[in-house]
Design a protein around this ligand. Sequence first.
Ligand code: C2E
Ligand code: CA
Ligand code: CA
Length: 762
Amino acid sequence: MIDLRVQTKLFIAIAANILLFIGVILFVIKPYFVEKSIEQDRAMTRDQIESVSEVFANHRLMLERTLVDWSVWTNVFDFVQGNNESFVEKNLGEDTLDNLGIGAMIFLDENREVVYSEFNQFYELDREAERTAFTNDLLRYVNSSGVKQSAVYGTDFGPVVFMSHPIFRNDGSKDQGGTLILIEKIGPDFMATMSAQAKTKLSISPLSHQRLTIERDDQFARVSLPLQSIYQDANWEINFSVKRTYYSNTETMLELGMFGLLVLGIGLLLTLFWTVNQIITKRLVEIVNELKGITKERNSRLRIRLNPGKRDEIEQMAISMNEVLDALEQTQKESLTRAFRDSLTRLPNRLAVEEVFMSLPESPRVIGVMGIDLDNFRRINDQFGQRTGDAMLTFFASRLMFYKEDGFVARTGADEFILIHPGWTVEELKIVANQLMRDLREWGLKQGMNHLTLSIGIDELTDPAHHTYEVMMARLDVVLHEVKASGKDNILSYQDIEDGSHYLQALEMERDLRHALRHDEFELYYQPIVSPQPFRVRGVEALIRWHHPQKGFVSPGVFIPIAEQLGLISDVGRWVLVRAITEMQAHAEHFDLFLSVNVSKRQILDGSFLEALEETLAMTDFPPARLHVEITESEVGGNVYELQQFIQALKAIGVKISLDDFGVGTSSLSYLQSLRLDIIKIDQNFVKGIPENKFDRALLEGLYQTFHTLGLDIVTEGVERPEQLAFVLEYSGSLIQGYHYSKPIPIDQLHHYLRKSVLTQI
Ligand code: C2E
Ligand code: CA
Ligand code: CA
């Protein structure tokens, strides 16, 4: 899992932006609007103050007008002078004050004595005592602060508006008859009327501030308006509040706006988070994880899973990545092809077979397989040179390419090829196999090579469970092994082996071998083994020959393995032993020679050789010390116990043990040493490259040194050329067996050879 870097970064970036936005609103936009709204609210408050002042001023004006009307009047003048008795009766009716909108009207004479007072009914000052108290209050006020034109002063009944005017005659003379006072009670009714006119709720209270004051809170501006500005004397103020509509509206608006923005921002963030996760991060992580998987599995065929429904950039990227993977796979395939190709024949090599076999079209009904070995290729290579060997391989490869059609061919070893053809059956393969044999034989004849042969195993895999490389190779191995065991130069199918039909050939061979034993078709040839300096024949190796009545000469390399398989080797072995001892007894004595006979594994294991040996030695008086038994190195592995027993038995008899074809097998030196061998015969293949091949030279030199150190006698096989002899002489005191001295020869020829060798010191 990867950490969600992209997402987090985006998240932070956007969150930061939203915060910045909110910051701007909070510190720039909000103050601006707030200021503006405060300004607007102030203006509104000012307007309201003005309108309240106006309402009171108008009221005073109205009172003044009434006051002037009544006080500049001769009737009133006379009345306060005591000369107009009927004034009250005539002018002050029950409803007069009410109609005038005045609370009380009080007439004073020149000495400020109350002449008459009239009260509005609504003032509820009905009782005489109350009126007297009110009037006394008034007089006390007038006497203490002088007669004011206008005032508001507090009484026991609450504040009242006080208005006064001197009383004059109508004619304009300056004589003041007294003073007329108008009173208006500032009660709930009065305030209600004023509030209605000022269009705001007004209240009155004793003066607390000398000046106009405005106190603001979030909601309201509370105004205290002193009445001094309107009345000459007033210790009262009017209170009212103006709602700060603009301010609170702005505040609410901004708060709402910010809240909305926050909600929007969070919503946006979540949406973004989800979207980025859904369409980007999640899929990117998926792709990354898939890529990791592909890297881990190292399987070039894996691809990122695509999402064909989506056609966005990420999908495009995934497609591009797959294209890169395609290209990589292609490159890999190409380099594999290069690694999988044999440079000489240009055919794919063994490594490619598995690859190809795995990538065969989906379960074909049948897969035809053919394994081919070029018989004795090594010998041909040695005998005719590597160039010819190469030419033979190239030629053969070209024939395979020619016949393969849409199958597949590969060179799986130095002289091994394989042909795979889905759909071909054994019959079809056999036709090609025969054709290949014919082609090679003809080519060989043109090159002056007599009998080029092939070992071919074929197989048809019909069971899909067998359609694997391992099964295919295993079955092919079995067939090819059978072909070689039956003497090479043959075509066998796995099916032949399964139904036993290949034994028909073997049966034929068995019959022939039995016939050969009875009819004396075998003969022994002897090949001298010599010590070169000074020259002396030290011994001979008995090598069997078969003159087949129809087939002519059959090589022991071919029929010995078959005889072994058929269980006839013990009979053959017994024959060889008896014949060799009988033929060689005299010569061995006379020329002081040892006699070397070959024994195969089977003879060792079934005890037949020991039995035959004891019998023969008892029958003849051949000295056991002159007898050497050759055990083939490649056969020695396994059956360690039996082999040790065998060797012990031979030692007990006094027979010597020779290890044949050393270097072909893979036995370790320490193991060989434990076998207590007497002689090691180094396989002819080591000598072949001498002296040209540096590697062979080093190898042989090393072997000589090792065996010398181990105190073993050595026979070097296959010495053909003087240079080879020179090399052996230089590096060892090895005995020598090879065409340089003599091929295997019949007994009478050997007799001549031995005589001559003694006489002439060849
Ligand atoms: P081997 O025991 O290694 O015998 C030596 C083989 O090398 C012989 O082949 C011999 O002809 C050949 N040879 C010797 N000197 C040279 C040389 O200088 N150049 C070349 N190119 N070849 C040389 P041969 O006689 O065909 O025998 C083949 C094999 O058959 C023997 O190999 C041996 O394993 C087996 N064999 C022969 N006779 C008997 C036998 O009586 N019993 C058993 N069990 N196996 C036998
Ligand atoms: Ca031998
Ligand atoms: Ca040998």
